[in-house]
Design a binder for this molecule. Structure first.
Ligand code: UDP
Length: 323
């Protein structure tokens, strides 16, 4: 298939592109490199460096590449920043996303696969979280993704553009070649591994008084290779709807730090800080729908495998990507 990947130079996009190419597909990466990195683009892919706001350029690229499927990763994804600058999130994640959709309709694309998030659920009524759990986002990031889910639903109904939206839980890990390098790093695992690499003297634990067994937040970490696998399955005709992607377990912040110590063999001092605003105590996915309907079969469900692959990548790329 010919696949158009927005955000293919980003963390999750880069690994999906690698897997799609390995599976024999042709890939065009469309990325403005604001968050992504040139060297994170698999050299076998075609690359268009352009803005998501440029609908004419998207349409031209879709047509030239004869793309049948769009996989849309490009987005702003920092909760804290979205609270400071909501307009950036609604403008890019919703407004520019709609431009991509309009170009998709114009070019006759048949399938749209979207990166949504468990942040659309906010503070869930119950865990594990199923797809029919009420969505009540508590920040503009989650709201922008929920809004785009609704737009997708309307485009499917009115334009016949079939979609799959994946609500990722906590994406982590690395492929042999591509890994996590955010210019501003807020995520737990890379920040903890920075201490093991000797790039920081201590890590921080945001909140130790949550109603969890050790007082720290529990998250469902999911390997980006497993996320990529789900996207390949979603491209099959007839597959549509909303799917959670998580392992259904969950690990606390302290458990993650302990695992990073075990894998790296280094002592990782941690300092206890106040809660980070907007963090629910426990976010764990029920992902049976993706397993049953898509045949999704995560290969790296254990935290040990997730942290090991991340550690190996960071050891080989201590400063991340060069560009
Ligand atoms: N966290 C932490 N220290 C850090 C980064 C994150 O204690 O340096 C906590 C954060 O409060 C949350 C969990 O680790 O409970 C996962 O946070 P992350 O930012 O990795 O992902 P999120 O769940 O926000 O998508």
């Amino acid at each position: 298939m010919n696949i158009f990947v927005s955000g293919g130079a980003g963390y999750i996009g880069s690994v999906y592109v690698e897997q799609a190419l390995n599976a024999g597909h042709q890939v065009t990466v469309y990325d403005n490199l604001s968050e992504g990195h040139r060297s994170a683009i698999d050299p076998r892919a075609a690359f268009v460096q352009a803005e998501l706001s440029d609908e004419a350029r998207i349409l031209e690229s879709l047509t030239a590449s004869k793309s049948e499927v769009i996989v849309h990763f490009a987005a702003n994804a920092l909760v804290g920043e979205s609270m400071q600058n909501p307009g950036k999130y609604f403008g890019n994640n919703v407004g520019n996303g709609v431009k991509l959709l309009n170009a998709a309709v114009g070019a006759g694309v048949r399938k749209f696969v979207f990166s949504s998030t468990c942040a659309t659920y906010g503070f869930p009524d119950k865990v594990p979280i199923t797809e029919d759990t009420p969505q009540r986002p508590i920040n503009p990031y989650g709201e922008s993704k929920k809004m785009f889910e609704s737009v997708l639903d309307w485009y499917q109904r009115l334009h016949g553009l079939e979609f799959v939206a994946f609500r990722y839980f906590n994406a982590a890990g690395a492929s042999g070649r591509f890994g996590e390098h955010h210019r501003i790093e807020t995520h737990l695992i890379p920040n903890v591994l920075k201490v093991a690499l000797g790039q920081a003297s201590q890590c921080e634990i945001y909140g130790t008084d949550y109603p969890t067994p050790d007082g720290t937040c529990i998250r469902d970490y999911i390997h980006i290779m497993d996320i990529a696998q789900a996207h390949l399955l979603a491209m099959e005709p007839g597959r549509k709807g909303f799917y959670n992607l998580g392992n259904g377990g969950g690990y606390s912040v302290r458990e993650v730090i302990q695992m990073c110590e075990k894998i790296s063999g280094k002592k990782i001092p941690a300092v206890e800080k106040p809660r980070r605003p907007g963090d629910p105590p426990r976010l764990v996915a029920a992902a049976d729908k993706a397993r049953n309907e898509l045949g999704w079969n995560p290969k790296y469900p254990k935290l040990e495998e997730i942290v090991s692959t991340a550690w190996e990548w960071h050891v080989r790329h201590p400063n991340g990507y060069p560009d």
